[in-house]
Design a protein around this ligand. Structure first.
Ligand code: PXP
Length: 239
């Protein structure tokens, strides 16, 4: 059965909005594990806009499931990964100006950099996954790079404007899963998945782990607001 990898980056986004200590993504990761997430994903970006080195260091010690570190294929990040030793690294493309990861890696164009990075990480005992679009040529290149997994970028599926486009994207993902499995790679998926679009995707099978962040953290804000307001009203009323 497929697993949920909870991405807690946006807990850190809220913390960084004030530059303080709350909410703490370390606590969010622990709560996520207690609720059944089988892995925690964080993206340590070059600009440290949300997750900080401190978060990664503490989570390495406290996470009881699996730590999946998303990162760019840079010398600095490889050094961090080899020091911290997450169970898995997912290599992602990173642009400074983007709001979030905008597309999959170009494994064909960056073949040497990616295969060198994969080798260094694997030699350090880390499982390596490549975040790629559901594209046959990219998956073949991912296989050649020596990576263990692909994570299929589900953005186009998530943003499909109508059911026909969604069906098309679903079929494209299904074909990509079959190819990846044929070349003996494991398959994860993520980006833009939510409480509506997850059902059809989870039903096609073949995906080991879904990495989901934004929709879960968004829902948590709203489902938790009622209790949070009541607690504050009580404090004010009975002071
Ligand atoms: N997988 C990868 C590789 C990502 O970069 C992201 C976004 O950080 C996600 C999954 C999670 O996407 P979302 O926050 O839209 O659920």
């Amino acid at each position: 059965m497929a697993k949920l990898g909870l991405n807690v980056d946006h807990i850190a986004t809220v913390r960084q909005a004030r530059g303080g200590i709350e909410p703490d993504p370390v606590t969010a990761a622990a709560l996520g594990e207690l609720a059944g997430a089988e892995g925690i994903t964080i993206h340590l970006r070059e600009d440290r806009r949300h997750i900080q080195d401190r978060d990664l260091e503490i989570m390495r010690q406290t996470i009881k499931t699996r730590l999946n570190l998303e990162m760019a294929a840079t010398q600095e990040m490889v050094r961090v990964a080899l020091k911290i030793k997450p169970e898995q690294v997912t290599l992602v493309p990173e642009k400074r100006q983007e709001l979030t990861t905008e597309g999959g890696l170009d494994v064909i164009l960056n073949a040497k950099l990616i295969s060198d990075t994969v080798k260094r990480l694997r030699d350090g005992g880390i499982i390596v996954s490549l975040f790629v679009d559901p594209n046959q040529e990219q998956i073949k290149a991912a296989s050649k790079s020596g990576a263990d997994y692909i994570e299929i970028h589900t953005g186009r599926y998530a943003e499909a404007p109508d059911w026909k486009a969604r069906e098309y994207e679903l079929e494209t993902i299904d074909t990509a899963i079959k190819l990846a499995r044929k070349v003996s790679m494991g398959v994860n998926a993520g980006h833009g998945l939510n409480y509506v679009n997850i059902k059809a995707l989870a039903a096609i099978g073949g995906i080991e782990e879904f990495n989901i962040g934004h929709s879960i953290i968004s829902r948590a804000l709203l489902t938790g607001l009622d209790r949070a307001v009541r607690d504050m009203v009580e404090l004010i009323k009975y002071a």
